[in-house]
Design a protein around this ligand. Sequence first.
Ligand SMILES: *[C@@H]1O[C@H](CO)[C@@H](O)[C@H](O)[C@H]1NC(C)=O
Ligand SMILES: *[C@@H]1O[C@H](CO)[C@@H](O)[C@H](O)[C@H]1NC(C)=O
Ligand SMILES: *[C@@H]1O[C@H](CO)[C@@H](O)[C@H](O)[C@H]1NC(C)=O
Ligand SMILES: *[C@@H]1O[C@H](CO)[C@@H](O)[C@H](O)[C@H]1NC(C)=O
Ligand SMILES: *[C@@H]1O[C@H](CO)[C@@H](O)[C@H](O)[C@H]1NC(C)=O
Ligand SMILES: *[C@@H]1O[C@H](CO)[C@@H](O)[C@H](O)[C@H]1NC(C)=O
Ligand SMILES: *[C@@H]1O[C@H](CO)[C@@H](O)[C@H](O)[C@H]1NC(C)=O
Ligand SMILES: *[C@@H]1O[C@H](CO)[C@@H](O)[C@H](O)[C@H]1NC(C)=O
Ligand SMILES: *[C@@H]1O[C@H](CO)[C@@H](O)[C@H](O)[C@H]1NC(C)=O
Ligand SMILES: *[C@@H]1O[C@H](CO)[C@@H](O)[C@H](O)[C@H]1NC(C)=O
Ligand SMILES: *[C@@H]1O[C@H](CO)[C@@H](O)[C@H](O)[C@H]1NC(C)=O
Length: 673
Amino acid sequence: MAFLQTAVLLLLSAISAWGRAPPGPWDAFNYAPKSKTVYPTAIHSFQGSVKDPQLLVLNAGSATITTRGSWIALDYGVEVGGLISMNFEAVTSTSAISLSFTESPSFIRPTASDDSSFPSASTTYDGVLRVPAPLAEGFWIQPSSALRGGFRFLTIVSDSDAPVTISNVSCAISFMPHVTDLRAYSGYFQATDPVFHDPDFLTKVWYAGAYTVQTNTVPLNTGRKVPFAPAGTWANNATLGVAGPIIVDGAKRDRAVWPGDMGIAVPAQFVSTNDLVPTRNALSTMFAAINPKTGALPESGPPLSQLGSDTYHAWTLIGTHNYYLFSGDTAWLQQVWTNYTRAVAFLEGKVDGTGLINITGLRDWARLGGGGYNAEGNALLYKVLTTATDLAKYLNNTALSSAWSKNATALKEKFNEAFWLESAGMYRDNQTTTLCPQDANSFAILYNLTTSETQANRVSEGLQKNWNDLGPVAPELPDTISPFIGGFELQAHFKSGNDARALDLLRRTWGYMLYTNLSVQSTLLEGFTANGSLSYRSYRGYNYDAAYTSHAHGWSAGPTPALTFYVLGLTVTSLQGKTWSLAPHVNGGLPGAEGGFETPLGWFGVNWILPDGVEGTLSLNVTTPEASSGFFRVPKGMSGMLVVDGVSKGFVEADDEISLQGGSRSLVVQPSG
Ligand SMILES: *[C@@H]1O[C@H](CO)[C@@H](O)[C@H](O)[C@H]1NC(C)=O
Ligand SMILES: *[C@@H]1O[C@H](CO)[C@@H](O)[C@H](O)[C@H]1NC(C)=O
Ligand SMILES: *[C@@H]1O[C@H](CO)[C@@H](O)[C@H](O)[C@H]1NC(C)=O
Ligand SMILES: *[C@@H]1O[C@H](CO)[C@@H](O)[C@H](O)[C@H]1NC(C)=O
Ligand SMILES: *[C@@H]1O[C@H](CO)[C@@H](O)[C@H](O)[C@H]1NC(C)=O
Ligand SMILES: *[C@@H]1O[C@H](CO)[C@@H](O)[C@H](O)[C@H]1NC(C)=O
Ligand SMILES: *[C@@H]1O[C@H](CO)[C@@H](O)[C@H](O)[C@H]1NC(C)=O
Ligand SMILES: *[C@@H]1O[C@H](CO)[C@@H](O)[C@H](O)[C@H]1NC(C)=O
Ligand SMILES: *[C@@H]1O[C@H](CO)[C@@H](O)[C@H](O)[C@H]1NC(C)=O
Ligand SMILES: *[C@@H]1O[C@H](CO)[C@@H](O)[C@H](O)[C@H]1NC(C)=O
Ligand SMILES: *[C@@H]1O[C@H](CO)[C@@H](O)[C@H](O)[C@H]1NC(C)=O
């Protein structure tokens, strides 16, 4: 027994030794706070009869607010979320305050928070948290049901003409409840951008995506209340699923499980923190809620438990493959397998004599159109079938695997027949329109529905035609830039070999989000309008309430996995990275990149430099677990002598694949002549 315990302890310490990326200059760009108790880092502004407001910064002393309506707006420096506490140093019997919270500085107001309970054109649905008289001298903490899950600015307002003196204003971070050191990432990334106004942009955006997902990883009992809290209030004490911690869509809202969002957020989580238990809990929650009669999965987790989305149903199934590939959690896969296969059959049951799925569960990521024989729905079914093929293979169910594979192949052919619009060089939304949507065209490249490189290139070019200065305006949701679908488009440009176009998109859309003073400059916006305003989805469910938009939405974290999987070029191709692919995308003009991630098998790291561009020499070091193997794909535009660990492997050219064993390898591709 003692021996067993020692062995377990040794094993645990070995795992935790892997659990942290190497320290380096990239750590300066990690947005996660150093402590789980955070203090304001600045005074944004104040008004009225206020004494020593600046002493509230980093808990330097006490401040006094004297007259009704006077206020101090505190800035936490980055997006945070959790319970506020403070000390009332001196109060009278009638002293009273209220607190208002906001992510965007545009909604710093003494009278209302930004909105999270419900979208209202007034922008003031949530109201303020009142702390009425009499206040007791000493320590005060916000009631837990009034938790604010995401904000950067806190405004403290006097609600009476009696003075109140406060100190020790802090926030106890509530997200990542299972982790002590929020900055202990398992992965990292660094690259210098030679053209953008901020050379550290790519590194920063990688960390912004990672931190965004952390702010979306929450305790089980902190979901948004449904039915929504009455006007003037909010409540975040609903139960979110079968177990916690759990990954939700946004820090401020909706604070519910949304499987579509996880299609981006989970790969970001994998490469940055490898903290996949919250993902397993979210997926388990969806499978537990399957309709026992039909096999339909809900669109969202409880308490919202939205029903009626064939695409989000597909995302739970695609997410199951992501989780299994990264974690290798076979016991869990076997547990959900019966419900998983029923859920695949649910979608397959909607495929009719045309060979296409007729999408009848119409809810989706907010796009218009979408029903019937719709290209996006069919592309997602294709991804479901190819990933189902893979999962059945892992479980040694070869008959089911080949049946799904056969159906995938047939669907790919029908997809190209039904939706390809030669005149546009893109896929149309359905057979009665010429609208070529951003979602289906991005998925078509990414999920290999295209049938040639030329075709994929035409789609990539076509997608670019939707861009303005801030990125792609989605044809299927006019006036909207969706960093969610943009995250798939970003990968699609890389996947089709258009690295410079991908980086251009990254700089436009994420360059806007990360630096605009409308947002929080640390986590990533849910979406915005074509002109950059916060009125995302105003006409599409959000009731013209720009204060409702979330500023920390994991579905916008696409650059984090894209920089790792494409720019570094390292991806896992089988469970936990037992096999991997090393295909750095070096055609975007970057002089180099480095970073890595971990899986239960160990560390996966890459460092490459290309000081003279693709005409010059590529030097690359890669480290993968000894017990793994993979291949190196020669980047587009390159050819020459390949040297591995000092040994010449002869002449190679673009797209050649060279097998490599795990361990540490050094590679040089030296142009000939
Ligand atoms: C953002 O910056 C612009 C230009 O400097 C300024 O006019 C605007 O008031 C700022 N907005 C906020 C919300 O701080
Ligand atoms: C949530 O908090 C509200 C307000 O404090 C309370 O009335 C309600 O019972 C709580 N709900 C749950 C599920 O705990
Ligand atoms: C200050 O606030 C912290 C919580 O952030 C609390 O633990 C501490 O006790 C407070 N200090 C005093 C003197 O009450
Ligand atoms: C599978 O679905 C049934 C309903 O048909 C449900 O009762 C059960 O909990 C689900 N199992 C898992 C592991 O989610
Ligand atoms: C076809 O797509 C267009 C554009 O998205 C949409 O307006 C239309 O409603 C769709 N038609 C059907 C039958 O769904
Ligand atoms: C799709 O299915 C619905 C519901 O069964 C049906 O009303 C509709 O006509 C079907 N659409 C097509 C294009 O067959
Ligand atoms: C599938 O079969 C292989 C080879 O027999 C075996 O190693 C593996 O454990 C099996 N997988 C499962 C999930 O049973
Ligand atoms: C494959 O497609 C056919 C025709 O739509 C369908 O009858 C069958 O159930 C599908 N197979 C699987 C395993 O989903
Ligand atoms: C993508 O599709 C083509 C045929 O259209 C096929 O040859 C190729 O193997 C597919 N790639 C992958 C990774 O499945
Ligand atoms: C930006 O777009 C929104 C939504 O279309 C519109 O309401 C707003 O007036 C526009 N702002 C500017 C400055 O043009
Ligand atoms: C690769 O490793 C070697 C040996 O440590 C080192 O000299 C070289 O600079 C490294 N190259 C890159 C691109 O990191």
